[in-house]
Design a protein around this ligand. Structure first.
Ligand code: JHZ
Length: 354
């Protein structure tokens, strides 16, 4: 497991102006619709209670209304309000044992609890499992989904390491943690989202047949060296090489006076820009669809962030694809950029033009 050495105060990150909205990506909407369908087919009967921890703008729960009783728990008031406007019951709060107790008194136990891209944001994951212990039906399931450490390592995707990602879990770490709370992982499904995530199906011990996938991943991680320091020393070297290659490329473009912009002011981009020392001299602006980010500057390196329209009216010669996890969606909708002679510059899994 990766863990930040310094854990920022969650209240400074998840608040009324939290700028991430799950619904900003079409593919993410489809992803959560597919998850809802899977749960309906296999784990839910009409009227069942579904709780989502970190429900953001309600993109997932929207798919379960009105056939199921739904409640989202979301500390970031901006996205939570958007869910409330769409009539998705949402409690604006952090999830912990105390919140769980309130929910238990108001709603009882849940058949399904989900948390996508959420557990890895919480400095005290044990409090989350205590809450799940209280709220989950005896035969209920928790479906957790988080960026997978294996994908970060294999793709040298060091940009997944940033303030909000307090943890990056391996299956080994997740398995160790759930066992401490009387749960077991009964199935696993790797996901394409966020550049490689893992979906964990968790139930109370000895309630379900364990899929062979679980042992397969545990064995794979042990074999690859997940528990050895040299494995991570190799990752560190690859990060340094990636940084050098990206900088070489951007310096070369600067020497040729070739214009460069960034595409999507992602959280990940903050790590890349600060780690590599890339400022407005190398990337003149970043375009982003989120109104709250437009007109501001990238944290630390102060590259101006402009709207999506600005990008379309001012095509650079090269666009650094910071939302590389949405590459397919973006390249499809921006096909005119390449037709106009533009090139994408990618840096995961290696630095290359496309
Ligand atoms: P995206 C966020 O990370 C933060 P980010 C968070 N901590 C997390 O864990 C994951 O998401 C779930 C823009 N964009 O999804 C919109 C475009 O401009 O890679 C957003 O600002 N055009 C919760 O930020 C940003 O990218 C587009 O076509 O690394 C989202 O980037 C698309 C698709 C996105 O997550």
């Amino acid at each position: 497991m990766f863990q930040l050495a310094e854990q920022p105060d969650p209240e400074k990150m998840f608040h009324s102006t939290y700028p991430f909205y799950t619904g900003s990506s079409l593919h993410m909407k489809e992803h959560f619709k597919a998850l809802a369908n899977l749960l309906k087919r296999n784990f839910l009967s009409p009227g069942a209670l579904v709780l989502e921890i970190g429900s953001n703008d309600g993109t997932f729960l929207e798919n379960l209304q009105p056939d199921y009783r739904c409640l989202g728990i979301e500390p970031s008031a901006g996205p939570a309000q958007r869910a409330i406007e769409r009539k998705i019951p949402t409690k604006i709060d952090f999830f912990n044992l105390q919140t769980a107790q309130h929910i238990y008194e108001e709603c009882g136990r849940a058949s399904v609890m989900t948390a996508a891209n959420c557990l890895c944001h919480i400095p005290d994951p044990h409090a989350v499992f205590e809450g799940i212990q209280l709220l989950l039906d005896h035969d209920g399931i928790a479906v957790l989904e988080d960026p997978y450490l294996g994908s970060v390592l294999s793709q040298t995707a060091y940009d997944q390491i940033y303030d909000e990602h307090v943890f990056l879990f391996s299956v080994t770490a997740m398995n160790f943690m759930v066992t401490k709370f009387g749960f077991e992982i009964f199935d696993l499904e790797p996901q394409w989202t966020h550049g490689g995530s893992m979906r964990y199906f968790i139930g109370r011990k000895q309630r379900r047949t364990i899929s062979s996938n679980v042992n397969k991943f545990l064995a794979q991680e042990a074999q690859s060296g997940f528990k050895t320091i040299s494995f991570y020393q190799g990752f560190k070297k690859r990060c340094e090489r990636s940084k050098d290659a990206l900088l070489d490329c951007l310096m070369d473009l600067k020497e040729k006076s070739s214009s460069v912009a960034g595409y999507a002011a992602t959280s990940k981009s903050t790590t890349v820009l600060n780690y590599c020392g890339i400022g407005p001299d190398l990337i003149s602006f970043i375009s982003d669809t989120t109104p709250d980010k437009q007109g501001r500057f990238s944290p630390g390196m102060h590259i101006p962030i402009y709207s999506y329209d600005y990008f379309q009216k001012n095509y650079p010669q090269t666009a650094v694809l910071f939302a590389w996890n949405h590459a397919e969606e973006i390249m499809n909708k921006e096909s005119a950029f390449r037709k106009a002679g533009g090139r994408w510059l990618r840096y995961v899994p290696e630095v290359r033009f496309e």
